[in-house]
Design a protein around this ligand. Structure first.
Ligand code: 5GP
Length: 188
């Protein structure tokens, strides 16, 4: 079934990771996290909005007693470049003191967002703070943050789908595609 295919073909240059590729990455990460978090009762935190899609698939591959929460932070506004300032939009409800916290991100790019969240959660007294990102884009990394677990490295291209947006749309595409450079240029 193809719904609104032209709409997608207009912006996507090529598919980078298929639905099956993503499933494999998620299974591999879930398996590793099951081993590493066994007996730790972690608090697994999804970073809205992008990671909500990955988070719900990832935790179902983790055979571990856990709690889940979400927080929303923003550094991009509606553009393609990080604004450099991270804002907390929705805070956690869960207490993090003495907890092993696993942050789930869709993509780590400059690392500013991850640094902001790690600092915040560490200051609140977490026992450990680690990050699992679906994608790791290292080309523009400006912070010495460590992405402890990730599905795949990506080049310095703007990707969309499986939670990642293009101007707040296309999050529901079930694969990850690269946005056409000319589309980015036209909207920059
Ligand atoms: P950072 O603070 O690491 O620079 O940016 C993290 C956030 O920027 C991600 O959670 C994501 O929302 C957004 N981002 C970075 N690179 C991309 C990309 O290639 N595509 C999309 N859709 N969002 C991105």
């Amino acid at each position: 079934m193809t719904v609104d295919a032209d709409h997608i073909n207009d912006i996507i240059d090529h598919v980078l990771y298929s639905k099956e590729d993503i499933q494999q990455m998620t299974k591999r990460l879930g398996h590793q996290l099951t081993k590493d978090y066994a007996g730790k009762d972690p608090l697994v935190v999804g970073v809205l909005k992008g990671a909500a899609f990955f988070m719900t698939d990832l935790v179902r591959e983790m055979d571990v007693k856990m709690q889940n929460d979400f927080m929303d932070v923003s550094s991009y506004g509606d553009g393609f470049e990080s604004t450099g300032k991270v804002k907390l939009i929705i805070d956690l409800q869960a207490e993090v003191k003495d907890r092993d916290v696993l942050l789930v991100e869709d993509i780590v790019d400059t690392g500013l967002t991850l640094k902001f969240m790690e600092d915040l959660i560490s200051k609140r007294g977490a026992k450990s703070v680690k990050c699992c990102a679906l994608l790791n884009k290292t080309a523009r990394r400006i912070n010495d943050v460590v992405v402890d677990y990730y599905g795949a490295n990506v080049a310095n291209e703007f990707v969309v789908g499986y939670g990642l947006d293009y101007l707040n749309e296309y999050r529901n595409i079930p694969y990850i595609g690269v946005v056409k450079p000319e589309v980015i240029k036209a909207n920059a």
